[in-house]
Design a protein around this ligand. Structure first.
Ligand code: ADP
Ligand code: MG
Length: 702
C-alpha cells in the first residue's frame, strides 16, 4: 500500500469523493446507494455472496445447476429472428463450451469480445439430445463480470465474493474494488465500540473483523459470525441512543402535578358513561407519571374506537386544574374540529376555556386566540400543525397531547414540546405497533395500552365485493339508509394527481345522487375550505346528510355513532393500517355495522393477501402484525421520519432475539454510565456522535 497513511476515526466520516478513483460523478452515483461517507461505504453490506473459490468447470455442468464459471469468449454467433438480431456467445474454460444467449441485450456484442475472460453466474441448462447424449451447456439468464487479467482480478476471483446492490452506470467490479481498497486503508481507523464483557458474554466477534469479513469472508461461517455481530451493532447503537434520550428526559426537571385520589371518580361522574377498566388503568398510569417531578413521555396505544380521547381529556383536565395550559394536536382539521366540538362544552361547564387553531382560522380570530393564549386565559388549545407556528406562544404550557402521532414527524413533536416548560407529553396512536417495533422506534417512550373496547360495541362485518356485485351492495346500502342509518363512501387518494382523485370522488358523488334521489348526499375532500369541511361534518353529525362521499380525509378519528356502513372503493389501493382506520369509523354505536370492500377486478397477489387478512380480523394488533410481515418495517412505520438511523443489516422481524439482548445491554450500560464517560464507552460515544451529525437536536449525547 503506497503511503500507508494512518487514518483517524473521524476520517471515516469524510466524503467518499476524496477516495482515489471516486470523482464527483461516481460520488453522485454512490449517493444513490446511500453512500456518502467512507463509513457508509464500509457499512454498505453485500446482500449475497458468490463462491468463486471453487470455480465450476463447464464439463461438470448438469441441467438446472445454479453455478459460477470462469470462461473466455471464443465465438460470437448472430442469429436473425423475427424480432431482430439475437446474440449468442460461445465461451470455453478448456473443459467444454457454454452458449450464452443474450436476449434483448444485443449491446453485449461489444462486451463479450473474443478472447476476453468473464465470470458468469446463473442457472445453466443442459438438455439431452434424442440419442441420449448430453448436449451443450447453455445459459440465458445470467450475471457477468469481466476479468482484466491484472492483480485486481484477485479481488473478484478465487474467493467468496460479495454481491452488492448496484445502480446504473456503477458496476459491481468497480464497487467491489473500491470497498476492498477502502477496507485495506481505513479499517485500522475503526476501533471497537463494544465493551469486552458484552462481546464475551454474547460470543460476538470483533467489529473490525466483522466488517472485513462481511465483505470478503474466508468462508461462509465467518460471514455468518460477522453478520451476527453487525446485526447486534445496528440494534445496540440504536438502543443506546434511545436509552440516552430516556435518561436525559428523566434527569431533567419536570412539572410535579398534584392529583387527588378521587380524581378519576370525580372525572367519571362528569361523563355520560362509565370508564372501561382499561381506560381507568391507563388514566392512572398517566396520573402517576404526572405526579413525579420528571417529564412524562408516554405513548398511548389503543385500537380505533377504544376511547383514547377521553383519556387525553382526563389528563389534560388534571393538568389544567393545576394551573397549567394544555395543547392537543391532531393531524387533520376535521379531527381537530371534532375534538374541539367534543371538548369545548365539556370544559366550559367546568369553567375552563378552550380554543381551536387551524390554518383556516380567520386572521382576526387567530390574533385574539394568540393573545388569550399568551395571557393564559385559554386553558386548552386544540388544533393542527397550526399549533407549532412560530408566533404561537403559551403562558404556561405544561401538558401536550398528540393524537394519531404517526402522522407527525419528530421535528413537529419536538417543536411543540419546545413551547412548553418541560411539559408532560402524551402521544396517542390507533396504529397498533407490534412489540418488536415498539422496542425500536418508540424504545424511549413508556407505553400504555387500552386493550378493551367500550361495552355494547357490535362486531363489524366485512365483505369483499367485486364490480359485478355493485348493485347488490347499493341495495344493501339503500336498505340501511331507509332504517335511518348513515353511510360513508370512501375513495382512495391517488398520489400522482389530486385532481384525478377529486374527479373520481366528484363523479361518483353525481352518480350516487342519481342512484339515491331520496337521500341527501354530501361530498368531502381535502381541498375544501376549512369552513365548508366543518359545516359538512356538522351536517353529517346532525343527520342532515345521509351519505358522505369522501376521500381519505375522514381516515382518522371521526366519530359518528349512527354511521353503520362503510363502502371502500378500490380497497387494494389502501394500506392495511389505513383500511383498519377507515373501518374504525363504523361500529361506534349500537348498530350492527358493515364494511363493504368494492375491489377492482385484477388484484396483485400482495393486495389479495392484504385484503384477505383484513376481512378475517377486526383486531388491530393482528392487522399490524400482518402489515409488518407484508410490507416490512421500513414501510410500515417510516423509521426515517422518526429520526432513527436505518438499520443496515438487522431485520426487526428475523433478528428479534438479538434485538432483545442488544436492548438489555444498551439500557444496562446507560444505566451504569448515563453520559458515557467511562473509558471503555468512549468509542461508542464517538460513534453515536458521528452517526447523528446534523440531527443533534434529536439525540443529545453527553
Ligand atoms: P379512539 O380511541 O378511536 O380515539 P374515541 O376516543 O373517539 O376513540 O372514542 C370512540 C367513541 O367511544 C366516542 O364516541 C366516545 O364517546 C365513546 N366512548 C369512549 N369511552 C367510552 C366508554 N367507556 N363507554 C362508552 N362509550 C365510550
Ligand atoms: Mg381518536
Amino acid at each position: 500500500m503506497e503511503g500507508c497513511k494512518n487514518f483517524l476515526f473521524k476520517d471515516l466520516f469524510s466524503p467518499v469523493q476524496y477516495l482515489k478513483s471516486v470523482g464527483p460523478n461516481r460520488a453522485r452515483l454512490l449517493k444513490r446507494l446511500g453512500i456518502s461517507t467512507i463509513f457508509d461505504l464500509l457499512t454498505y453490506y453485500p446482500f449475497r455472496y458468490e463462491d468463486r473459490s471453487h470455480l465450476y468447470l463447464i464439463a461438470q455442468i448438469k441441467n438446472g445447476d445454479e453455478k459460477t464459471i470462469q470462461a473466455v469468449v471464443s465465438r460470437q454467433i448472430i442469429v436473425m429472428t423475427r424480432r431482430g438480431p439475437l446474440l449468442k456467445v460461445v465461451m470455453t474454460d478448456g473443459t467444454g463450451e457454454v452458449i450464452v444467449t443474450c436476449f434483448n441485450q444485443f449491446y453485449l456484442k461489444d462486451v463479450f469480445t473474443i478472447g476476453k475472460a468473464f465470470i458468469i453466474n446463473g442457472k445453466f441448462n443442459r438438455k439431452f439430445s434424442a440419442s441420449g447424449r448430453s448436449g451443450k451447456a447453455e445459459i440465458s439468464n445470467f450475471t457477468y463480470e469481466m476479468l482484466t487479467k491484472d492483480e485486481d482480478d484477485l479481488i473478484h476471483t478465487n474467493r467468496i465474493v460479495p454481491i452488492y446492490n448496484i445502480t446504473k452506470n456503477l458496476n459491481m467490479r468497480f464497487l467491489r474494488t473500491l470497498v476492498k481498497r477502502t477496507l485495506d486503508e481505513y479499517l485500522p481507523a475503526l476501533s471497537e465500540i463494544l465493551p469486552i464483557n458484552i462481546r464475551k458474554n454474547h460470543n460476538l466477534c470483533e467489529e473490525g473483523f466483522a466488517i472485513k469479513n462481511i465483505h470478503f469472508p474466508e468462508n461462509f461461517q465467518t460471514a455468518e459470525e460477522s453478520k451476527r455481530r453487525l446485526v447486534f451493532d445496528d440494534f445496540f447503537v440504536l438502543q443506546t441512543v434511545l436509552a440516552l434520550n430516556r435518561s436525559r428526559v428523566k434527569e431533567s426537571p419536570g412539572i410535579t402535578y398534584e392529583v387527588s385520589n378521587q380524581f378519576v371518580d370525580e372525572f367519571e361522574s362528569l361523563l355520560p358513561f362509565t370508564l372501561t377498566n382499561a381506560q381507568r388503568r391507563v388514566i392512572n398510569e398517566i396520573l402517576k407519571d404526572m405526579a413525579i417531578p420528571r417529564p412524562m413521555n408516554r405513548l398511548l396505544q389503543g385500537d380505533v374506537g377504544s376511547g383514547k380521547t377521553i383519556v387525553a381529556a382526563a389528563s389534560a383536565y388534571a393538568a389544567i386544574k393545576n394551573g397549567y395550559q394544555a395543547a392537543f394536536m391532531a393531524p387533520t382539521e376535521i379531527l381537530a374540529e371534532q375534538h374541539f366540538i367534543n371538548l369545548h362544552n365539556f370544559l366550559a361547564t367546568l369553567g375552563m376555556k378552550s380554543a381551536l387553531l387551524i390554518s383556516g382560522t380567520a386572521k382576526k380570530e387567530r390574533k385574539k386566540i394568540l393573545q388569550n393564549l399568551s395571557s393564559g386565559a385559554i386553558n386548552l388549545l386544540i388544533g393542527t400543525h397550526a399549533l407549532i407556528e412560530e408566533d404561537v406562544s403559551f403562558n404556561r404550557l405544561g401538558f401536550i397531547i398528540i393524537d394519531e402521532q404517526h402522522k407527525f414527524g419528530v421535528m413537529q413533536r419536538a417543536s411543540l414540546r419546545s413551547k412548553g416548560l418541560n411539559p408532560d407529553v402524551l402521544v396517542m396512536t390507533a396504529t397498533p405497533i407490534p412489540r418488536t417495533l415498539a422496542l425500536t422506534v418508540y424504545g424511549d417512550l413508556d407505553i400504555s395500552v387500552i386493550d378493551e373496547l367500550p361495552p355494547g360495541r357490535k362486531r363489524i362485518e366485512t365483505t369483499l365485493y367485486t364490480e359485478r356485485k355493485r348493485n347488490e351492495a347499493q341495495e344493501l346500502i339503500r336498505n340501511e339508509l331507509r332504517q335511518g342509518r348513515q353511510v360513508y363512501v370512501v375513495y382512495p387518494l391517488i398520489e400522482e394527481s389530486e385532481k384525478v382523485d377529486l374527479k373520481s370522488a366528484t363523479e361518483e358523488f353525481n352518480r350516487l345522487n342519481k342512484v339515491y334521489p331520496e337521500f341527501n348526499i354530501g361530498l368531502l375532500h381535502g381541498r375544501l375550505p376549512s369552513k365548508e369541511k366543518e359545516s359538512i361534518m356538522q351536517e353529517f353529525k346532525n343527520k342532515k346528510i345521509d351519505m358522505l362521499v369522501s376521500t381519505t380525509v375522514i381516515e382518522v378519528g371521526i366519530d359518528i355513532p349512527n354511521a353503520s356502513i362503510m363502502l371502500i372503493e378500490h380497497p387494494e389501493r389502501f394500506g392495511l393500517a389505513q383500511l383498519h382506520q377507515l373501518r374504525g369509523r363504523i361500529g361506534r354505536g349500537e348498530y350492527e355495522s358493515l364494511c363493504i370492500l368494492l375491489a377492482g377486478l385484477r388484484l396483485s397477489a400482495e393486495a389479495r393477501q392484504r385484503i384477505k387478512a383484513f376481512v378475517q380480523t377486526n383486531d388491530g394488533f393482528e392487522i399490524a402484525e400482518v402489515d409488518l410481515r407484508l410490507r416490512g418495517p421500513g414501510e410500515f412505520i417510516g423509521t426515517r421520519q422518526h429520526g432513527m438511523p436505518d438499520l443496515k443489516i438487522a431485520d426487526i422481524l428475523k433478528d428479534v432475539k438479538i434485538l432483545e439482548i442488544a436492548r438489555q445491554e444498551a439500557f444496562n450500560l446507560v444505566n451504569m454510565d448515563p453520559h458515557l464517560l467511562r473509558d471503555e464507552h468512549r468509542q461508542l460515544k464517538e460513534m453515536i456522535k458521528f452517526f447523528y451529525r446534523g440531527r443533534e437536536s434529536l439525540i443529545k449525547v453527553g
